[in-house]
Write a protein that binds this ligand. Structure first.
Ligand SMILES: CC(C)(COP(=O)(O)OP(=O)(O)OC[C@H]1O[C@@H](n2cnc3c(N)ncnc32)[C@H](O)[C@@H]1OP(=O)(O)O)[C@@H](O)C(=O)NCCC(=O)NCCS
Length: 185
């Protein structure tokens, strides 16, 4: 099974927007987002992923077919926090879950840039909590979650330069489950 992670192009913005709706629908089961009167889940940061150089949209494909997406962002200079990179949103299509696709995609994303990564989740989203715990454990183990207010938690994982792939702005990462990820331009 080959999992590819590609930076979403401007032409793919509508594709990401549709996957984002599915993702927000899943989040809504955990009370985080509500649907609007227009039948859409609102998400005010969407456009920034195609206009702000600190924001990076990715699409995941398995054997060439859409499997999910992620939004990655870099902390703004005037923004508080001791992380450099953050996985802001992360989604795998329902029919493809529990096959380690998320694990492989998240690991590959983390390895794409060195520095401190943050990934957060709502405590009410039990699958996300268990998933991110597994991701954190796969990097040096021993990570404990950090409370974010009363309803959220996050992990901070440091990717050392020698752990990171040597492509700071990957266009495509082709990865195989349970194998070391590699990046190809
Ligand atoms: C959370 C999510 C990304 C997990 O993706 P996935 O591809 O199914 O996860 P993986 O198969 O890589 O799971 C890796 C490990 O995480 C844990 N895990 C993942 N989903 C789980 C679930 N529903 N219940 C319990 N444990 C789970 C398990 O330990 C799993 O390993 P195992 O299957 O060998 O037991 C996916 O369920 C999803 O897209 N959910 C909706 C959006 C969302 O909540 N995203 C997270 C935002 S913070």
């Amino acid at each position: 099974m080959e999992i590819s992670i590609t930076r979403a192009s401007l032409e793919e913005k509508p594709v990401v927007a549709r996957l984002l709706q599915l993702c927000l629908h899943d989040y809504s089961a955990h009370d985080r987002f509500g649907i609007g009167d227009d039948g859409l889940f609102g998400y005010r940061w969407s456009d920034l992923y195609w206009s702000n150089p600190h924001r990076h949209p990715y699409l995941f494909r398995v054997e060439g077919r859409l499997a999910g997406f992620a939004f990655v962002r870099q902390r703004e200079e005037d923004e508080p926090g001791d992380w450099r990179w953050q996985i802001a949103e992360f989604f795998i299509l329902r029919g493809l879950r529990r096959k380690r696709i998320g694990m492989v995609a998240a690991s590959a994303l983390l390895r794409s840039r060195c520095g401190v990564w943050e990934f957060a989740y709502d405590l009410s989203n039990e699958p996300a909590r268990l998933f991110w715990r597994q991701v954190a454990r796969s990097f040096n183990g021993g990570h404990t979650p950090i409370a974010v207010g009363t309803v959220r938690e996050c992990y901070h994982v440091t990717i050392e330069p020698e752990e990171a792939n040597k492509a700071p702005e990957p266009t495509t990462m082709a990865v195989t489950p349970r194998a070391t990820s590699r990046i190809s331009k």
